[in-house]
Each structure stands twice: as C-alpha cells, then as structure tokens.
Design a protein around this ligand. Structure first.
Ligand SMILES: O=C(O)[C@H]1O[C@H](OP(=O)(O)OP(=O)(O)OC[C@H]2O[C@@H](n3ccc(=O)[nH]c3=O)[C@H](O)[C@@H]2O)[C@H](O)[C@@H](O)[C@H]1O
Length: 434
C-alpha cells in the first residue's frame, strides 16, 4: 500500500515503466552473452556493487533532503524520536499530535497528556510573534518529559503527511495559530497563513489518513464579537466579529464543519476565554502589565465607551487543560478513511471560560498586590482596534459533556503566574523579557 506521503504528493507522473514480460527473453540472452567469462563477470559485479552503493546514498540524501534545503526533519534518527515520543504508556491511551506544542496552551496540554501516559508528538514553527526563547524554553521543558517537538509549519503538508506515516495518531490537538486580537491590524496575512491556510493543510492530511484522527482545536471567545447577550452560549450569534483574528477563528469553525460533513472527521472546537497563567504569552495584557509594572514603566489601560471598564472572563491555564483533556476523552471517532466518509461523525463546540468576568482595572490591582509595586496607569478610551467590551462564558455545555468545572479565580491564578514570572525572569524587573 502506498504511503500517505506518496498518495498525497505523488512523484512526477508519467515515469517510464518497464513491461517485464516482453523484455524478459531479450534480457536473458544479453545476460548470458555478457557474463560468458569470469573476468567480465567480476567487473560487472564490481560495477553493480558501486551502483547499489551510490543509489543507497542518494536515497538517504533524498530522504533527509529537507534537512539541507528547508526545515530540519526527516531521517532515521528523527523518525525514531517521533516514534518514541508517540509511545502510549497506559491501557486505552491515545497518541496525540499537538500543533503549537511550544506555545502556551500547547505546552501545558502536551505535558498533561504525557503525564497520564498518552503518546504526544508536538509541532511548532517557533515564529517570532513573541520572544522565541520562551518557546524554546517550553520545548526544553517538554523534552525533559520525553516529548519531542518537531520544528516545522502546519502549512508544510509533506511534513504532516510524514508524521502520519510514522505514527497512526488517534487524535490531533490543534493549537497552532496566529493569536492576539490587536496584532491583526499590523499583520493581517499572518492570520490567513496560520489560521486559515494552515488549518486547511492540517485537515487535508487528517481526512486523508487511513484511520482518521479525531480533531480538537482552539477557537476563541472573540467569535462572539459584538454579540450583547450575556453570558455567551454556544448557540448565540457569532456573525459579527470585531477583529480579523475573530473572523479567522469563526472561519475555522465553518471550515472544520465542512470537513466533518464531507469526510466524516470528528471535530471539537473550543472557544477559549482569555487564558492566562505560568509560561503564558508575553503579548497578553496580564503578562506585559507585569513586565512594565516591575520595570516602573507606565501601562495603558483601555476603557470602553461611556467610561465603562472593559472586562474579561479570564480563565486559568489548568482549568483550560482539563477542558482540553475532557474534550479529547469524549471526542467520538472520525468515520472516514483515506478521504472517504463512511458515516456521520460528531461536530461539537464548547466554551471554555471561567464564568466570572473581571474588569481590567481589577486585574491591575491584583497584580499590584502580588508584585508589591504600584502601577503607573494611563487610562485611554479603547481604540477601535478589534477589542470587544466584555466576555462572559456560559459553560453548561462543557460541564454536561465532560464535567468541565473551572476552580481557579483570577486572584489565585495570578499569584501562581507572578511566582512563575519571578522565578523565570528573576527579580531584575523582567529586563530579560522581550
Ligand atoms: O479569549 C480569546 O479568545 C482571546 O483572548 C485573548 O485576547 P484578549 O481578551 O484581548 O486578551 P488581552 O490581550 O490579554 O487583553 C485583555 C484585556 O486587557 C485590555 N488591554 C490590553 C492591552 C493593553 O495594553 N491594555 C489593555 O487595557 C484589552 O483591551 C482587554 O480588555 C488572547 O490574547 C487572544 O489570542 C484570544 O485567544
């Protein structure tokens, strides 16, 4: 059976093929003539050995070709690392491909899966959206636990196909994305590249797999956009995005739906609500506020129309991890194989929030208390840059389906974050932060 890589990326078509039967007799005659004397036979043998040797070395060069030309993947050693990392160490366990594994949520989910005995292989492109040294540090932390993170982009279909040839992943936890709400105005194409094109490349590989994996992926609370009904339920309007980021996440929900419908892929979309915690993302408010407060620099606090404070349903990372694992555990099977659907598969969407919104000024005062430093606040009216005034999750759906129950309030969660921040960057006022 041809490998998945060969099926999806066939070599140049129309290659010359030998018709074995018709050439058989002619070749036999030639063979006897050539090998009539022992000395010619010896020379021929030598020639054949040289030919085989050069063919083999050429093959191994081609095999690890990308090592020399593009990303560093491929080869026997690499495959061994991938296979070892994917090894399952519990009965009924799963083997999960985690995209964005060097990211904030990706690294935490990878670790939690590994700790309970599941197989995990990560992939991450280590882009420079924020300090890549933090991503590398997360990768080192994962490596210490036997998790291998492949350096590569989800737009690299050949790499993804290779990974699926090496490991029969039962699940894909898709967390790779261009995150950040306001950055979409600076670099819109980055959102299309990762959140649209990358998603489709990944789904193409998943749907083509002999045994399709179940896919759980990160959508966003931002899809609720300008929706005013509160708290947000999964069935509420999501057709008024306020940012391109939100629009790409909403598009992802529609795109995954088509793959569910046409190919029988099991899909679970998780709407994360402003996730925070240790090993977090430096571009997020709680993180950059911490850095600036420690450095004695002013922070900008946005305020909504009519002097109304902005609020977020901040959700602690450990709670989100529980939600991710619960989703993986309850994700029904994909039904298709090799691109063919055999029956309907589940399509689910869940809010993963905390259910208690906190205003941004309150977030700042909690940080001031934990850091024991007063912030220099500059309050400005929210610029029209994609922000929404508030978020608030209704989580009854996730509670019903897999017992999701967040247990960490912002005060407790930020305490843990600050402890990590000071341990990681030291007390020198976060000067090492990007
Ligand atoms: O739930 C999500 O789906 C999203 O959550 C997160 O977005 P947001 O909720 O916008 O978080 P974040 O940037 O921390 O701003 C928090 C608050 O601080 C305010 N804010 C921000 C910056 C600043 O300088 N000043 C300020 O007041 C700001 O106006 C806002 O009110 C993820 O980043 C995003 O990737 C996505 O996953």
């Amino acid at each position: 059976m041809p490998s998945l890589e060969e099926q999806l990326f066939p070599s140049t078509p129309g290659k010359f093929k030998i018709d074995r039967s018709s050439h058989h007799h002619a070749m036999n005659r030639q063979f006897h003539r050539c090998f009539s004397s022992t000395s010619t036979m010896f020379l021929w043998a030598l020639f054949l050995i040289a030919l085989t040797a050069s063919y083999l070395s050429f093959q191994s060069f081609v095999d690890s070709g990308s090592k020399y030309f593009t990303a560093s993947w491929g080869g026997i050693q690499w495959e061994k690392q991938v296979r070892n990392s994917a090894q399952i160490h519990r009965g009924g366990g799963m083997s999960v491909l985690v995209t964005g594994a060097a990211g904030f949520v990706g690294s935490h989910v990878s670790l939690a899966l590994k700790k309970r005995g599941d197989g995990v292989v990560g992939i991450d492109n280590f882009n420079h959206y924020y300090d890549p040294s933090l991503k590398k540090a997360r990768r080192s932390m994962l490596a210490e636990h036997g998790i291998f993170v492949v350096a590569g982009d989800i737009n690299d279909g050949k790499l993804l196909a290779k990974l699926f040839d090496v490991v029969g992943f039962t699940h894909v936890m898709h967390l790779a994305a261009q995150a950040g709400v306001r950055y979409a105005m600076e670099n819109p194409n980055s959102y299309i590249h990762s959140n649209i094109a990358g998603l489709v490349t990944l789904l193409e590989i998943c749907k083509s797999a002999e045994t399709q994996p179940a896919v759980v992926w990160a959508s966003s609370s931002s899809v609720y956009g300008l929706n005013e009904k509160s708290p947000f339920s999964e069935s509420d309007r999501t057709d008024q995005p306020a940012s391109l980021y939100a629009a790409t996440k909403k598009a992802g929900e529609e795109i995954t739906h088509t793959y569910n419908h046409i190919y029988g892929l099991s899909i679970t979309g998780l709407r994360f609500f402003t996730v925070y915690g240790p090993w977090g993302r430096p571009d997020m408010a709680y993180f950059s506020f911490t850095k600036n407060i420690l450095q004695g620099k002013p922070i900008t606090v946005y305020r909504g129309k009519n002097r109304v404070d902005l609020a977020r349903d901040f959700t602690y990372i450990d709670d989100v991890v529980k939600g991710c694992l619960g989703s993986l555990d309850t994700a029904g099977r994909s039904t298709g194989s090799g691109g063919k659907k055999t029956g309907p598969a589940p399509y689910r969407i869940f809010n993963l929030g905390n259910t208690s919104p906190v205003t941004v000024p309150t977030l700042v005062s909690i940080l001031e208390r934990h850091l024991k430093v007063k912030a220099k606040k500059k309050v400005v009216e929210m610029p029209g840059n994609g922000d929404v005034p508030f978020t608030h999750a209704n989580i009854s759906s996730a509670r019903r389906e897999f017992g999701y129950r967040p247990t960490t309030d912002l005060q407790t969660g930020l305490k843990k974050f600050v402890k990590w921040y000071l341990a990681y960057y030291g007390h020198n006022h976060g000067k090492a932060v990007n």
